[in-house]
Design a protein around this ligand. Structure first.
Ligand code: SF4
Ligand code: SF4
Length: 465
């Protein structure tokens, strides 16, 4: 059995006061001073913690909101003096897509590296926008795959990055193929460049160290090559060489395995130019998912020079610049299906970015047909970021990210990647899947609301408008 991929983690507590969802309002007036006050019976000890918190208040601008919302004390207070309230700061986190729930669960994973447990069943809507209109089929949750989850057997999250030969040829019992270069990634995640909209703290050194510790790759703008900490080991760095940017020096390039270039009319010439000097470097072409994005991806994929395509939706997973944007999962499904139909799917690698906010989204987008994802915002959120409406240098940052400890940043990002890895194994185990490579495009493991609705009610009521 190969050595298991394992990410070392340790709890990294938040730097700022916790912003939980619930708090208890205590209307002390008329308190009966019961001997067995319900506050003492809180199994999470939150009332005592709140008293301590208030006693140690310093220059803190946040109230104590860290109640678990079990309602025990609220229901059992003999005078009905307690009531549950939702934290107004919590409600203001993120935006419509990056909801407060997503931000809070990301903070918890970055702190503990553990799989989030919501408990007491699913309380959300039956279906919703984006990834919420898709479910994974967990019906295979049987002993052999549980063994994989508990580490007695191996569930592999490894994927390949690069172009693969469509067939092998032999002559006199010897392989005659010249196989293109391939990167073996231990999990289907790449750490993407920071989003332009959220560039307040410089995360580059943190992302590089996180990629190194987790054995994955981070994309770095080629203009920043001189800031790379460890100039000797660049296997975890992929330079993004913009249209007007220069390539990093030869000795730097020679130590990397992957580069990214933006799509353009001259993209094939650019690939040839890179390959001429560095035949072993894999070139990924980044295509924005605008109205022409999926068509362009399908067209490029049939070209034998193309090894990797990185299709990028906007930060919320929507098609870019269209009036009625499609969601990234639907676009990836379209691209994947077209490549299967024209017989090129197994030859190229597809990376997807935009709207991948939770570990479940990672599993779902792989089912839709991508090989791996590139993420950035979850890594920023891991550092207690609120995802404010505006994020510019010089403005007030509620997470105080103007400066923070290097180990804090790397530790929290590493914890998040580890938590996503564990959740991917968990979901794959429940689907009876032992390899992330085989999960790719296996839509039989997913259920799609629009499709089910059409099949069930379409004959009676017609197509939904
Ligand atoms: S609602 Fe539950 S968790 Fe919150 S303070 Fe009361 S007993 Fe504790
Ligand atoms: S908390 Fe707000 S200001 Fe600070 S990095 Fe995050 S989005 Fe930017």
């Amino acid at each position: 059995m190969p050595e298991k991929y394992h990410i070392k983690t340790k709890p990294i507590p938040p730097r700022r006061p916790r912003i939980g969802k619930y708090g208890i309002v205590d209307w002390r007036e008329d308190c009966a001073r019961c001997h067995n006050c319900v506050k003492k019976a809180c199994i999470y000890d939150r009332h005592r913690m709140e008293t301590e918190y208030i006693r140690n208040l310093n220059d803190v601008d946040v109230l104590f909101f860290d109640c678990m919302g079990c309602l025990y004390c609220v229901q059992n207070c003999t005078k009905n003096l307690l009531s549950l309230s939702i934290n107004p700061t919590y409600k203001k986190l993120g935006n419509e897509y990056w909801t407060p729930d997503i931000i809070l669960t990301t903070w918890n994973q970055a702190e503990t590296a553990k799989i989030p447990v919501s408990g007491a069943g699913y309380k959300g809507k039956f279906s919703g926008h984006g990834f919420d209109s898709m479910w994974t089929d967990m019906s295979e949750i049987v002993r052999p795959t549980r063994d994989g989850i508990h580490g007695r057997e191996y569930i592999s999250t490894a994927v390949d990055v690069g172009r693969k030969a469509s067939f092998l040829s032999f002559s006199e019992r010897k392989l005659t193929n010249v196989n293109p270069p391939l990167i073996d990634m231990p999990m289907p995640i790449i750490l993407d460049m920071q989003a332009e909209e959220y560039s307040l703290p410089d995360l580059n050194p943190i992302l590089q160290e996180t990629a190194k510790r987790t054995g994955i790759i981070t994309i770095v703008d080629s203009s920043l090559y001189s800031t790379v900490q460890d100039q000797e080991d660049l296997s975890h760095i992929a330079f993004h060489i913009g249209s007007d940017s220069k390539m990093p020096p030869k000795e730097i390039m020679a130590k990397t395995n992957l580069v990214q270039i933006p799509d353009s009319s001259k993209v094939l010439d650019k690939i040839k130019e890179i390959k001429k000097s560095f035949p072993d470097i894999i070139v990924s072409v980044k295509i924005p998912l605008d109205s022409k994005g999926s068509k362009r991806a399908i067209e490029l994929a049939s070209n034998p020079e193309i090894e990797v395509l990185h299709v990028a939706a906007d930060l919320n997973g929507n098609e870019i610049g269209t009036k009625n944007p499609r969601f990234v999962k639907d676009i990836v499904r379209e691209i994947h299906t077209a490549l299967v139909d024209n017989g090129t799917r197994d030859e190229i690698t597809l990376i997807t970015s935009g709207g991948i906010a939770l570990a479940e989204h990672l599993a779902k987008i792989i089912i839709c047909g991508t090989d791996l994802v590139a993420i950035n915002l979850p890594l920023l959120i891991a550092l207690e970021c609120h995802l404010c409406k505006s994020c510019k240098p010089g403005q007030h940052c509620p997470a105080k990210l103007e400066s923070f400890d290097f180990e804090y940043g790397v530790g929290r990002m590493t914890n998040l990647v580890a938590a996503w890895h564990d959740q991917l194994i968990e979901v794959m185990g429940a689907m009876g899947m032992r390899e992330a490579r085989r999960l790719r495009g296996d839509v039989g493991r997913g259920m799609f609301f629009e499709q089910l609705e059409e099949e069930t009610f379409g004959k009676l009521f017609g197509t939904r408008k």
